[in-house]
Design a protein around this ligand. Structure first.
Ligand SMILES: C[S@@+](CC[C@H](N)C(=O)[O-])C[C@H]1O[C@@H](n2cnc3c(N)ncnc32)[C@H](O)[C@@H]1O
Length: 360
């Protein structure tokens, strides 16, 4: 996956090939402008307004209490970039992609992620300063109650597809107990429990996230099979037990190397025989790999969590140091760049800090 303008037709291909057009302007002005158009249209309800059928800009503006001329311009921009279809009668309709991703009741919706991007946008303003002084934003410490609510909804949107895929593809033999570390909304736990009828899960999550995370989990109708437990996974003890699956999904990129190693050690100490510690993340697979999104995301996690995206080999290394044997990485088909790495217990457990004790 590469970012940036995709040339269409021979002339544009030549323009890219011979560097006739300024790529940095496409990568910046066009990208940030269009990003904001999509976010603003979603926030204003433009896509939802078209859910039941095409509308002209005047009609949509009246329904949404927007200004007709700016809305017409935004709708033309969205049509130019494949989000809307401009019909000959002057009305606009949703494309299949817009229907799939931008309607709140679609199984693949990302509208809540787009809403949370306003906070992410604000943090990104600090990027120039961070390059000079290295001081990160510390997103988890800086959020108020509204941001925490949007954050959990956003993460739920991003988990819906990969959770289903992980549940389908992760090899597990009749698992009974699962721990979902910093599992937010609990969607991964719910998907794995649906795939394995004998499985129940405890989702560990920070107290600030719980009000919205619990509301989102309730929608999954998993009852007592998936429940939350307030826990700072770095500072607090984890519920004791022998777990068949311990999941760390999209959390390693918020933690330092030392914290990740400690989490791997604690997980290894709580695994049942044959159990797996599974790390899911945008792992860096090298600059020659097809998926090149991880280095870009790494900047965001450096800026907002003083961490970054980790190389597959680093995660495998933490697993080995914790006495686990990493399996072959599983690359998600429907979430480019996302990788799952499962580590299983080697026969002999190494000496190390007590697995259920919190980090000092
Ligand atoms: C990017 S989200 C991932 C959520 C979920 N695992 C997923 O993949 O969708 C990171 C989550 O980690 C939680 N988190 C961060 N630091 C934590 C900590 N020290 N203890 C518990 N949860 C933490 C956040 O509140 C957030 O819900």
């Amino acid at each position: 996956m590469r970012l940036g303008a995709s040339p269409e037709g021979l002339l544009e291909r030549l323009a890219v090939w011979f560097r006739w057009g300024p790529k940095p302007v496409a990568d910046t002005h066009a990208a940030f402008l269009f990003a904001r158009i999509v976010m603003a249209a979603a926030d204003a309800g433009v896509f939802e307004a078209l859910a039941d059928g095409p509308l002209g800009a005047q009609e949509a503006a009246a329904r949404l209490r927007l200004q007709p001329r700016p809305l017409e311009q935004a709708m033309r921009a969205l049509a130019a970039q494949g989000y809307l279809i401009a019909r000959p009668d002057g009305r606009y309709a949703l494309t299949r992609g817009a229907r799939q991703w931008l309607l709140a009741d679609s199984a693949d919706t990302v509208v809540h992620k787009l809403a949370f991007q306003r906070a992410e946008w604000a943090w990104t303003e600090r990027l120039d300063g961070w390059l000079r002084d290295g001081a990160p934003v510390d997103m988890h410490a800086s959020m108020g109650a509204d941001d925490w609510r949007l954050y959990q909804r956003a993460m739920r949107d991003m988990a819906a597809q990969p959770a289903r895929e992980l549940a389908r593809r992760l090899p597990l033999r009749a698992p009974a107990r699962m721990l979902d570390l910093a599992g937010g909304h609990g969607l991964y736990a719910a998907a794995l429990c649906r795939a394995h009828p004998g499985l129940s899960a405890v989702v560990l999550e920070r107290a600030e996230a719980l009000p919205e995370a619990q509301r989102l989990l309730a929608r999954e109708r998993m009852g007592a099979r998936v429940r939350h437990h307030a826990c700072d996974i770095l500072a607090d003890a984890w519920p004791a037990g022998a777990y068949d699956v311990i999941l760390l999904a999209n959390v390693a990129h918020h933690l330092t190397e030392g914290e990740n190693l400690e989490v791997a050690r604690r997980a290894a100490g709580l695994l049942a025989p044959g159990g797996a510690f599974v790390v899911v993340d945008h792992l860096d697979q090298g600059l020659r790999e097809r998926s090149r999104i991880a280095p870009v995301l790494s900047v965001f996690f450096g800026l907002t969590s003083a961490s970054g995206t980790w190389p597959v080999e680093a995660v495998a290394g933490w697993m080995r140091e914790a006495g686990l044997e990493p399996a072959k990485p599983l690359r998600f088909l429907r979430s480019p760049g996302l990788v799952a790495l499962a580590g299983r217990l080697k026969r002999r457990r190494p000496a190390g800090p007590s697995a259920s004790s919190p980090q000092a």
